[in-house]
Write a protein that binds this ligand. Sequence first.
Ligand SMILES: C[S@@+](CC[C@H](N)C(=O)[O-])C[C@H]1O[C@@H](n2cnc3c(N)ncnc32)[C@H](O)[C@@H]1O
Length: 324
Amino acid sequence: MSYFHIPVLLNEVIKITDPQKNENLVDGTLGGGGHSKAILEKTGPKGKLLGMDLDPEALRAARDNLKKFEKRIILKRENFTDFSRVVEKYDFHPIDIVLLDLGISSYQLDEDVLGISFLKNQPLDMRIGGELENYDNRITATEILNKWPEEKIKEVIKDYGEERYARAIAKNIVVERKIKKIELTGRLVEIIEKSVPASYKSRRQRIHFATRTFQALRIAVNRELDNLKNALPQILEELSPGGRMAVISFHSLEDRIVKQFFVRESKDCVCDSEVPVCVCHHKARLKILTKKPITPSEEEVEKNPRARSGKLRVAEKVHKVKSL
Ligand SMILES: C[S@@+](CC[C@H](N)C(=O)[O-])C[C@H]1O[C@@H](n2cnc3c(N)ncnc32)[C@H](O)[C@@H]1O
């Protein structure tokens, strides 16, 4: 099966980041290179791309998709959580545009990442791109399910999955793992099935009853929220003045992290409201270009239902930080 993924909010990304001739792009979540391709079309003749992804399959697909830009691109298997280290390693400066299109591609969900889909019976691994050779401190979903205390499993399922039956699911996971180690997706689906009411399993529900728990485990395994929190300040640091950073998120917690970061970095003072005179001397380094997050049009969601929860936020690095 060849790689497939429809880039989300593509026109909106192009419109707001407004790529110019010869500008350089870092795509921290390259995927099949859909967004990168549209930006490279605008940044010729010399604008370069540093594209990173954890998944070798995505890199292979992107290399194919971006063939005509061969001389202008560097594609590497790297984690955007180490943004500064990666751009230094490939000596990639100046940086005019950075894009993070978070989460996973359709191909990864349907075909590629072991144990991420509840529709197939597979080992509960869930590490995007599999094990990385040089550095990888991720644990698998199997380890989480069989080793973590019930309370911590409940929190993951509740917070990352926004699953209202998180308590019952976590309780049954702990009961079942004492009987036999939980290793396969099929067994986890059975446990979830036992933990939720019949109405929740009805075909009339918008999503499958296991969706939220599987999403929560994937986020925990891949440390998706920590990666984002780590990356944002590094991106701001590396971006050239006038450069734009764009983030597409698919989860309310991710969107909140981006929003809070943008808001803080666009303020001249971040002192507590009770402090009468500024003592923090914080200076605005970003100008927010999207007051509210941009969401996909009805037309886009109709064509690509997976775009449904996408939210785009973009900010520009200010040219000069005003001195005191
Ligand atoms: C939604 S897809 C990106 C799709 C892409 N914008 C396109 O147009 O095809 C997200 C990609 O980010 C990758 N990814 C997720 N977390 C990552 C991380 N921490 N570092 C690098 N790549 C990551 C996934 O492997 C996946 O290919």
